[in-house]
Write a protein of this length. Structure first.
Length: 282
């Protein structure tokens, strides 16, 4: 069996040579990084796991097994702690929580701005009832989904067919379905969340002469599979006054406290429907 020493030397040299790679940082940004050969990096992580496992085993191994054997055994019955996800404090005027029997959602009344109110079916259609605030919770069957109505600037979170919360939003500067890159339109259709990304350190240049703006995307970015359009997602904002207007370059924009609240329900694969008008879906 002939062994080519030159090939072996080249292979070893290639493993220990830094190489230049391009990495997608999200929102259309690519950065250049230096990386070692994947085989070397894999070997490093495998050895790290083996060393950590050995240290952990050594720490948890009793020094005197006889003394441990003589210790009394205490049996304790325990139940798992219930999982709770508490939402951040959000002003009532920024969040409306509809009842399952509601037919129409309205904002808090001027007479009582601290109480969420909705119009519910009754003998008197003008009768309003206060809605108690609900703590964030997980869907019983994992079927949270989102419906976005561009015409009235709302994002409604559903648990199956039951509405849970409504958030005010901002959408693309121009109406209609997205046609081309840079047309400042929010795409219309049925999508899903493909990733949930921490965008708290992201910046963006809105080409308004102010340069790159820190916190332009708020704390979270829910990226959508927007039919070939890159960089479309649901995120926070540095400009809460833009909520309720046509202000974005195509994304759906929420107040930072609202995207943080929505983040508690969101997961990859969650369906998202974007409609130009209520009930109108392409």
């Amino acid at each position: 069996m002939n062994i080519n020493m030159e090939n072996i030397k080249d292979f070893v040299k290639d493993i220990f040579t830094l190489r230049t790679v391009w990495i997608d940082r999200g929102s259309g940004k690519w950065v250049v990084k230096k990386r070692f050969h994947p085989l070397l990096r894999t070997t490093f992580w495998v050895l790290s796991v083996i060393v950590c496992a050995g240290v952990y085993t050594h720490i948890n191994t009793p020094l005197n097994s006889e003394a441990v054997a003589n210790q009394p055994v205490v049996l304790r019955a325990s139940l798992p702690e219930p999982e709770q996800i508490l939402p951040p404090s959000v002003p009532a005027a920024q969040m409306v929580i509809p009842l399952k029997t509601s037919s129409k959602i309205v904002l808090p009344s001027e007479e009582n701005p601290e109480t969420d109110r909705i119009i519910t079916p009754s003998a008197n259609k003008n009768e309003t009832q206060p809605v108690p605030k609900l703590k964030a919770k997980r869907s019983k069957d994992g079927k949270y989904n989102v419906f976005i109505n561009k015409s009235d600037y709302t994002l409604t979170l559903f648990d199956g067919n039951d509405p849970v919360k409504v958030y005010p939003i901002a959408v693309g500067k121009n109406p209609g379905d997205k046609q081309r890159v840079g047309d400042n339109r929010t795409p219309v259709g049925k999508f899903k969340v493909v990733s949930i990304e921490n965008s708290s350190k992201w910046t963006h240049d809105f080409r308004d002469g102010k340069g790159k703006i820190k916190g332009a995307y708020g704390p979270w970015f829910l990226r959508l599979d927007a039919k070939g359009w890159k960089g479309i997602g649901i995120h926070g904002t540095h400009d809460p006054d833009s909520i309720g207007t046509d202000a974005t370059e195509g994304c759906i924009r929420l107040r930072n406290e609202d995207i943080a609240d929505l983040r508690q329900y969101a997961k990859t694969g969650m369906p998202v429907i974007i409609s130009e008008n209520e009930g109108e879906i392409n």
